[in-house]
Design a protein around this ligand. Structure first.
Ligand SMILES: NC(=O)c1ccc[n+]([C@@H]2O[C@H](COP(=O)([O-])OP(=O)(O)OC[C@H]3O[C@@H](n4cnc5c(N)ncnc54)[C@H](OP(=O)(O)O)[C@@H]3O)[C@@H](O)[C@H]2O)c1
Length: 252
């Protein structure tokens, strides 16, 4: 069960090597999280990530999970929930893709959409149902500001995040009043392996800052979290900029 401050005792990460997810797990373990499941594509990095969290005192297990194999999600998540209550599911998997390349390779573009959107629809619905059966818990979804408004430079990724974000908002409404809480997290540019080598965007932040915002959001039972928080204001202004003007902005 979560404590009175909303901090989970048990955590399931979908996308177990995500730098944002691991920063969040470290932060929550420093509070009171004791059991962590890292679900991800089997790799030495996944096992190393589990070992690093174990060294912090948590009981950590890995489980094979592939966002691109939705038929397997019921079995994978079912196995975790069968072991005991899960207080928080962090949906952290995602790929950025390579916009210029993917525009010429529609199969690669579809892989971005299938990973970030349809993979999350499947895993999100299954996690939500399991949390609802328990009668408590949080589903925390890593969306992105990229889903707020299409940008020339990353609209394939952005459109997948827009779909994910809308899905997660609706799921939150569907679960309202059931004891299950859905929190949509919208970071801007985060310095992680996903963005290594890319020119840094304004208001760039860190996995640790996202983790801090997630902890605060859990305590407040927030439905939407922006990181950094000022992006809420920036994006609400940018959302209303006419297309012709937006195309000429340096954010493109
Ligand atoms: N970094 C940013 O600027 C930023 C900004 C806003 C939102 N986000 C979102 O935050 C989330 C975490 O990003 P991050 O910065 O922590 O990036 P990251 O370190 O690159 O993590 C991405 C994670 O997705 C996993 N993944 C990719 N394809 C998968 C698949 N088919 N099945 C299962 N797992 C898969 C990766 O696993 P493998 O180890 O198997 O590759 C990795 O665990 C993503 O959803 C991302 O879109 C990131």
């Amino acid at each position: 069960m979560k404590d009175a401050f909303g901090i989970p005792q048990s955590l399931l990460v979908l996308g177990g090597t995500s730098e944002i997810a691991l920063a969040t797990a470290r932060r929550l373990i420093a509070r009171r999280t004791r059991t962590v499941w890292l679900a991800g594509r089997p790799s030495p990095t996944l096992e190393r990530s589990a070992a690093d969290l174990r060294a912090l005192g948590a009981d950590v297990q890995t489980v094979a999970f592939d966002a691109l194999d939705p038929e397997s999600h019921e079995t994978v998540l079912g196995k975790v929930f069968a072991e005991g209550d899960v207080d928080m599911v962090l949906l952290a998997f995602g790929i950025l893709g390579d916009q210029a390349h993917d525009e010429r390779d529609p199969v690669a573009a579809v892989r971005v959409a299938q990973t970030n959107y349809t993979g999350a629809v499947s895993a999100g619905l299954i996690a939500a149902r399991a949390l609802q059966t328990q009668g408590h818990g949080s589903l925390v979804v890593l969306s992105s500001v990229a889903g707020e408004r299409a940008r020339r430079a990353n609209f394939i990724y952005g459109s997948s995040k827009a779909g994910l974000d809308t899905f997660a908002q609706g799921l939150g409404d569907a679960l309202h009043g059931t004891g299950v809480h859905v929190m949509v997290v919208r970071p801007g540019f985060v310095r992680s392996k996903m963005t290594t080598g890319l020119p840094e965007a304004p208001l760039a932040t860190t996995p640790e800052a996202v983790a801090t915002a997630i902890e605060l959001g859990l305590r407040r039972r927030s439905e939407t979290v922006w990181v950094p928080g000022v992006l809420r204001v920036v994006m609400s202004a940018l959302r209303h900029v006419p297309r012709g003007v937006f195309r000429r902005l340096p954010v493109q």
